[in-house]
Design a protein around this ligand. Structure first.
Ligand SMILES: NC(=O)c1ccc[n+]([C@@H]2O[C@H](COP(=O)([O-])OP(=O)(O)OC[C@H]3O[C@@H](n4cnc5c(N)ncnc54)[C@H](OP(=O)(O)O)[C@@H]3O)[C@@H](O)[C@H]2O)c1
Length: 332
């Protein structure tokens, strides 16, 4: 495993981190979840990402059980707050009330007294940013989180939050956006602003939820047991990538991966890590073999000719519009 600084901070994270959205507490059984975390630890992954909302809070509990007994100082545990965790109108968003209540729930479920990074899962247009940042400052000062991050915030929102964080003297060090060969919306605005502010990216769905592994074939039903067959939630989220134009182009990446001596999954994960503002690629996995496959993307350099050849194939189906970095206009 290779390690990078998260933004302009002293915190180091593994280039590949492990995330448990859709899988833990939902798509996969507990023993498979525990086996995936074991595989991640055995492969040198030290950074784990979850959220209060995943699987209706069950994902944090699964991760807490999976990491129990590990040396806490050897791990970086990240969670998030914003999406609904209960039926009440205050069980969501970035109000002081919800942040203070949610961090305690997360720590209880994760069986730890602090998280390394506490992230605002989206921007909350119905809470003054000042209120949110002051609540985050109290979370940091009480020792419940070491650093603060955000997820899917626009460049202008990052700038505003960064100014508050400076004033409050708390470390706002990361953003968590979607980023892959097929989803490059952060490149024109979010990345330049982040570089200027010392914010690093921990990117999600680097494999476009499994699509860039090449296992979904155009005109064919999805493979048994894959996310596209998970009617509980996965199938909805992956649907946007499952059209024949995308899948045909993804198949054309196969010879490029072979030439580079990589699997398609490794090529996809290595691709996001070529961007120096990306500190870590968060991969998901439903089986330990996938973790073993994906971690080999750490430390891989892709040459300029290969990157150009990839661009030529995927460009017509790649999303680049910076306006796609968005948070709900109304609190969900
Ligand atoms: N901040 C946010 O708003 C946000 C949103 C989404 C995700 N995230 C974070 O990012 C993490 C990763 O997201 P993701 O799960 O969508 O990432 P991903 O790495 O793009 O997709 C992971 C899925 O692809 C399949 N897969 C993984 N490795 C494979 C391989 N080697 N060969 C074939 N298939 C493979 C598996 O699904 P199947 O085996 O079921 O097909 C796996 O669950 C999440 O767990 C979460 O921590 C954050």
């Amino acid at each position: 495993m290779e390690f990078r600084h998260l933004g302009r901070s002293g915190l180091m994270v593994s280039e590949i981190s492990y995330g448990n959205w859709i899988t833990h507490g939902s798509q996969v059984e507990e023993d498979a979840a525990l086996a995936c975390v074991r595989a991640a630890l055995d492969s040198g992954i030290t950074t784990f990402d979850t959220a209060d909302v995943y699987a209706g809070t069950r994902a944090e509990s699964v991760l807490g059980r999976a990491l129990k007994g590990e040396r806490r100082e050897g791990l970086e545990i990240f969670t998030k707050v914003y999406w609904p965790t209960g039926p009440g109108r205050n069980d969501r968003g970035l109000s002081r009330k919800h942040i203070m209540e949610s961090i305690d729930g997360s720590l209880r479920r994760l069986q730890t007294d602090h998280v390394d990074l506490y992230q605002a899962h989206r921007y909350d247009y119905s809470t003054p940013l000042e209120e949110t940042m002051e609540a985050f400052a109290d979370v940091v000062r009480s020792g419940k989180a070491h650093y603060i991050g955000v997820s899917e915030w626009k460049a202008s929102q990052l700038r505003e939050a960064h100014a508050h964080a400076r004033e409050l003297r708390i470390p706002l060090i990361s953003n968590q956006p979607q980023y892959s060969m097929l989803w490059r919306v952060i490149e024109t605005e979010v990345i330049p602003a982040s570089e200027e502010l010392g914010i690093g990216q921990i990117v999600w769905s680097p494999m476009a939820q499994g699509v860039l592994s090449g296992k979904y074939l155009p005109g064919q039903p999805p493979p048994a047991g894959s996310r596209a067959t998970d009617e509980k939630s996965g199938a909805n989220f992956i649907a946007r990538f499952l059209n024949d134009d995308v899948l045909t182009r993804v198949q054309r990446l196969k010879p490029l991966a072979e030439q580079a001596g990589l699997t398609m999954a490794q090529l996809a994960v290595a691709w996001v890590l070529q961007n120096p503002n990306v500190a870590s690629a968060i991969v998901g996995a439903s089986r330990p073999e996938q973790v073993h496959d994906n971690v080999k993307a750490a430390g891989v350099k892709l040459d300029a000719d290969l990157l150009k050849a990839i661009d030529e194939i995927v460009e017509p189906v790649t999303e680049r519009d910076p306006a796609k970095t968005e948070s709900p206009a109304q609190r969900p």
